[in-house]
Design a protein around this ligand. Sequence first.
Ligand code: PGA
Length: 250
Amino acid sequence: MRKPLMAGNWKMHKNAAETVRFFEAFAPMIARAEHADVVICPPFVNLSAAAYAARSTRIEIGAQDVFWLTEGAYTGEVSAPMLAAIGCRWVIIGHSERRQYFGETDDTVSKKAAAAVEAGLKPIVCVGERLEERESNATETVLSAQFTQGIAPLTPDQFAKITIAYEPVWAIGTGKTATPEIAEAAHHFLRARIRDRFGEEAAGACRILYGGSVKPENTKTLMAQPDIDGALVGGASLDPAAFASIVNFS
Ligand code: PGA
């Protein structure tokens, strides 16, 4: 019922020439992968090059952040209509690295998600607990708060456009993937929060991605879980063959 979505988050990697080379190699490898939606999120400066390289392929392009106002005196920021105008279709919002290093809060996440939807972009909103929170049994409290303050303020129409990514911070870039059971429990919990706030239909329709050390070797068992609808992939999305094998997991 929910089509898998495989999204690559390149973080601060690859220049313009490397971006073009990636698409040349990657596009043919996933040309027949009709079972999944495929998104690549390069740094802002390479979004145009990526959108051009991905034209007439199945790959859609996303940004890694966005500001919530449309224009103005906000040095260094990029607005949602600007992203839409260069062919960007998706945007990652509230990634744990933005929360940890750049002052992102649930309040800014919610504003950014609403602004992205207004501009026709599809937000991938990230939530997830830190190691000390998991170890002190606070995972559900943390996810609940991120959901209540960052996602629940959206209107039902805005919510219908978003994808959620559950990314336990202790699994990002560490090589420590959450076990399929740990990931499934968190996804199941989040889907119940969606049901409480937006109803049964919205809970059934919303894709929840898992992120945190997803690799070709662990994709299939993660994807076998009933509430895991795709992956947000960092490191392994930088290599065309590795990311293609994640997309072609089945
Ligand atoms: P990783 O990153 O796959 O390198 O762990 C995932 C992410 O941060 O989205």
